[in-house]
Ligand binder design. Structure first.
Ligand code: FAD
Length: 393
């Protein structure tokens, strides 16, 4: 505002739905709501990712599975997304001595995962949402406060403070959700958050000079070690996005592996095969940030008929089960179905959505923790391999 103080936005906001967060869940929900004829305003804290070059932002590759695919089919985008994804038919386990073992995801040819660039998927969802007449995207708009009594949102924007009064609001603002905090303020709410003692760093394994892939393209690759772990997802151009999981602190950790010599020693000791394939390793290590991992469980996910949460905002999970985005997308499907089933009672729709989803996402949090142990240890033990052959695992 001109005077720097909050003001009411001069829009027809009262008949429109606000979505806080234009990430994966927020942009998909905007698309789904607009396809049903709703007016939607998406408020995203960051600048428009479509105006930045490819190197900007985190370059996480995600494993898209059946649940996520159903949500993309709901908004008519499945084929376009699959055209940009690489099929992963199984996982390749890399032993410390450089030998590899292939474990197919299933006997059925349809039992595959798809590797997709998170930023590219987000850009596609935003493009498609923006192309619909009811959608307005507001970048660099950060939610500061939600006033439940007045049913208003206060945002920080390039124009100064802004107050909007939407018909209702969906909080899709990620693991450190401001909307969740505001929604639960003054309510009988539960919130549980855990940080993993391990962090992660992403590196890129470049394609070969002829455009081929240095390792099998159509697979997830895992380098399991008891106190560190590499996972890699393939990209269409033959490169792979490698994610190293390592403790934040301790003898061999992000705190102690800092200098070029220390980085080289870590790779020599645990990942000599990868070291040989990563000529720019030291530069990448120095310039790529170290991320943290958190898991959250919370309730309630809704306030009356005015506000509801989805995605990481209400259930952030460790990434080891590869289902965070997929379950955020599934939230969109279940929320849309609940709204369709209860057109005259939004509070009931929100309540049914939460009851349907929360037991599943609580289980997902546990499975994601359990899979951390499996990826590190069990995939390399002879016992696990024997069980896998018998289809017990
Ligand atoms: P986000 O994608 O985090 O989006 C939230 C958005 O809200 C962001 O754009 C943010 O800028 C915005 N925002 C935040 N605060 C505000 C505010 N105050 N006002 C306005 N906007 C705000 N999932 C899978 O399914 N498969 C995988 O293989 C997989 N691998 C992963 C690997 C790693 C290393 C990590 C970290 C995660 C992985 N995930 C995976 C999880 C997946 O990335 C998340 O579950 C998914 O991004 C959640 O989507 P979201 O829209 O809820 O949140």
């Amino acid at each position: 505002a001109q005077d720097g103080g909050p003001r009411l936005d001069q829009t027809d906001g009262e008949q429109r739905i606000a979505i806080v967060g234009g990430g994966l869940a927020g942009s998909l929900l905007a698309l789904a709501l607009a396809r049903r004829g709703h007016g939607v305003d998406v408020y995203e804290r960051r600048p428009d990712p479509r105006r930045q070059d490819g190197a900007a932002g985190r370059s996480i590759n995600l494993g898209l599975s059946k649940r996520g695919m159903q949500a993309l089919a709901m908004v008519g985008l499945l084929e376009q997304v699959l055209a940009r994804a690489v099929v992963m038919r199984g996982r390749v386990i890399h032993a410390p001595d450089g030998s590899t073992r292939y474990q197919p995801y299933g006997r059925d040819a349809g039992e595959v995962l798809h590797s997709i660039d998170r930023n590219e998927l987000n850009r596609l969802l935003l493009d498609r949402a923006e192309a619909l007449p009811g959608v307005r995207l507001h970048f660099e708009h950060r939610l500061l406060r939600a006033d439940k009594a007045r049913r208003e949102l206060e945002l920080d924007s390039p124009r100064g403070r802004l107050t909007v009064r939407p018909l209702w609001v969906a909080g899709a603002d990620g693991a450190f959700s401001c909307m969740r905090r505001e929604l639960q303020h003054g309510e009988r709410a539960d919130y549980h958050q855990e940080y993993l003692e391990w962090g992660y760093k992403e590196l890129t394994l470049a394609p070969l000079a002829d455009g081929g892939s240095a390792i099998e393209l159509t697979a997830l690759h895992v380098w399991p070690r008891s106190h560190c772990l590499f996972v890699s997802h393939p990209n269409l151009d033959g490169s792979h996005t490698l994610t190293l999981f390592l403790p934040h602190e301790g003898e061999e950790s992000f705190a102690t592996v800092r200098t070029p010599e220390q980085v080289a020693a870590l790779f020599r000791r645990h990942f000599p095969d990868l070291q040989a394939m990563l000529p720019g390793l030291l530069e990448q290590w120095a310039s790529h940030p170290t991320g943290s991992l958190i898991t959250t469980r919370t309730a309630p996910w809704r306030f009356d008929d005015w506000a509801v949460l989805l995605g990481d905002a209400c259930h952030a999970v460790y990434p080891f089960y590869g289902q965070g985005m997929n379950s955020a997308f599934e939230d969109c499907c279940v929320l849309m179905a609940a709204l369709a089933a209860r057109p005259a009672d939004r509070a009931a729709a929100f309540s049914e959505y939460e009851s349907a989803r929360r037991p599943h996402t609580d289980v997902l949090a546990e499975l994601s923790k359990a899979n951390f142990v499996e990826l590190r240890q069990k995939v390399q033990s002879p016992w696990f391999i024997a069980r896998k052959r018998l289809d017990l695992a």
